[in-house]
Design a protein. Structure first.
Length: 202
């Protein structure tokens, strides 16, 4: 009798300890996000200094008080970027009044070609809700590092513009104080993105 109950008690005790650790860990993660320190804990997001479509300096602090939905891409992107930005623009329409609480940002990873004027023209094709940002190669490298974004030039020929950009494709939802909240899948429809944002923004 004792030989069978002792192992069972030990197993239950270990399971209880494991559950407690998991609950504490989950609670700590939620606390970090609820207190605006999610980006510090996960290493995603941070300050940036870029230019908008009018060539004016823009920093992350200019968007305080609003959620930011940040996407990295480039204007010569043949498929993923326009598809994603179309979905984001559609999601903004689906959000209704809640859209006023959110600012979608398109940050180029191709600063050599994507001038402020070109970025402005590009995002305007998807509607008035998305703001395009560019900068020097050093500025883009810095903000990409802050958001843990991968990008690399892929040569397609010998000419100066014969290249495409390989890049990660993720939407980053940031809080009104600039803290990382959650990634949003970029391969979703506008309806799906809007539904996710409603849950995440509360």
């Amino acid at each position: 009798m004792n030989t069978t109950t002792k192992p069972n008690r030990l197993l239950l005790a270990l399971m209880g300890l494991l559950l407690a650790i998991l609950l504490i860990g989950a609670g700590g993660f939620m606390w970090l996000n609820n207190n605006g320190d999610g980006n510090a804990a996960l290493g995603i997001g941070g300050p940036f200094a870029l230019e908008n479509g009018d060539g004016k300096p823009v920093t992350d602090k200019d968007f305080r008080g609003k959620y930011m939905l940040v996407y990295f891409g480039y204007t010569f992107c043949p498929d993923v970027c326009p598809t994603t930005l179309n979905a984001v623009a559609d999601a903004m329409d689906k959000l209704g009044p809640s859209a006023s609480r959110l600012q979608p940002l398109f940050i180029t990873v191709d600063p050599k070609r994507d001038t402020p004027a070109l970025v402005k023209q590009y995002v305007a094709a998807f509607g008035p809700s998305i703001e395009g940002l560019t900068g020097t190669p050093e500025q883009i490298a810095q903000v990409a590092k802050e958001y843990r974004v991968y990008y690399a030039e892929h040569r397609t020929g010998t000419g100066p513009n014969d290249y495409s950009m390989d890049h990660s494709s993720v939407l980053y939802l940031m809080s009104p104080i600039g803290a990382f909240i959650a990634p949003v899948r970029a391969d979703q429809s506008g309806d799906e993105i809007a539904a996710n944002l409603k849950k995440l923004m509360g």
